[in-house]
Design a protein around this ligand. Sequence first.
Ligand SMILES: Nc1ncnc2c1ncn2[C@@H]1O[C@H](COP(=O)(O)OP(=O)(O)OP(=O)(O)O)[C@@H](O)[C@H]1O
Ligand SMILES: [Mg+2]
Length: 357
Amino acid sequence: MGRRSKEKQAQGEMDVEEMAKEIVLSDDSIALEEEEEYVPPAPGEEIRLEDLEGVGRITAQKLRSAGYYTVTDIAFASAHELAVILGSEERAMAIIRAAQRLLNKGEEFITAKALFEKRKNLEYISTGVRSLDDLLEGGVEVGSLTELIGEFGAGKTQLCHQLAVMVQLPRERGGLGARALYIDTEGTFRPERVVQIARYRGLDPEKALENILYARAYNSDHQMLLVDEAKKYIEKYNIRLVIIDSLINHFRSEYPGRENLASRQQKLNRHISQLHRLAGLYNLAVVATNQVMAAPDIFFGNPLKPAGGNIVAHGFTYRVWLRKGKEGRRIARIIDSPKHAEKEVAFAITEDGVVDV
Ligand SMILES: Nc1ncnc2c1ncn2[C@@H]1O[C@H](COP(=O)(O)OP(=O)(O)OP(=O)(O)O)[C@@H](O)[C@H]1O
Ligand SMILES: [Mg+2]
């Protein structure tokens, strides 16, 4: 029974006919909720799902239990996936449009000048390595997805550890004074390494450890669940960096061979959209690692290519390829970037973490 009907009933205002109508309708939450009046939120008031046109208490609850907590989550959802929760694509679309209207204040387009100004205020997390920061033109970009690609031992996991520490530093030292969330799919996260890196960067190692929220992902479903769950922690703990090391090893082992390729890629695509939303909605950086594999179809040039195919290649904004160089050095290069020149820089991995050579 709807909230208002209950109030009415309590006040003895409801007649029998009205009550009967309510009882019949109460099986159908959608019909009931549509009767609820839409009250726009007062300016500055926190916007709740219930404030969206066409969303009542019950729908809001359903959405929340499916991992959609904010109006922004809804605005970025696809009608197809919301339809699974709401029962109809049409209804999903209406609610998504309502959320988008609320967020954009009715404006779909902005000028390139406005976008330029907005991008000038972009934030970066320093890698702690001058050469890598130069390569990335400032460091790891907030609001985007950065992929660290490379063979085993290339330094991907080391760089993840380092970034989880770097984000904690104050802004004047390249950090964001924030926390990191670390999703480990391979079991290679080492708190001892965080202690070493933090010490070198002048942070209290105990505090540095406390500022990293860690979870081990046991399979691809769990990995995706963790990303949804992350939303609960992000604002509360001021998380500005989400690390996934590695992005697709679970997907690859659970969906082997050609016959599973389509389902694997579909799922991976959903995972990457999840990450995009996280980065955009919560204004944080996402960094994920990816292995390389032998490409049997390449006869000239590099016989290795990043795993995950086009879905990953197009999904990530920036792709940094790491490889081992001479005398223990590491080489980094950016590939397929919308804004970076193709160049290579060198760095090293030591007891202190990832450093300049
Ligand atoms: N404490 C340390 N001191 C110096 N070098 C270290 C230290 N710890 C790790 N390394 C270096 O880092 C390398 C491992 O790098 P890392 O674990 O980041 O590789 P990766 O790219 O994540 O590989 P994989 O694909 O296997 O996950 C080691 O081979 C070693 O050279
Ligand atoms: Mg690794």
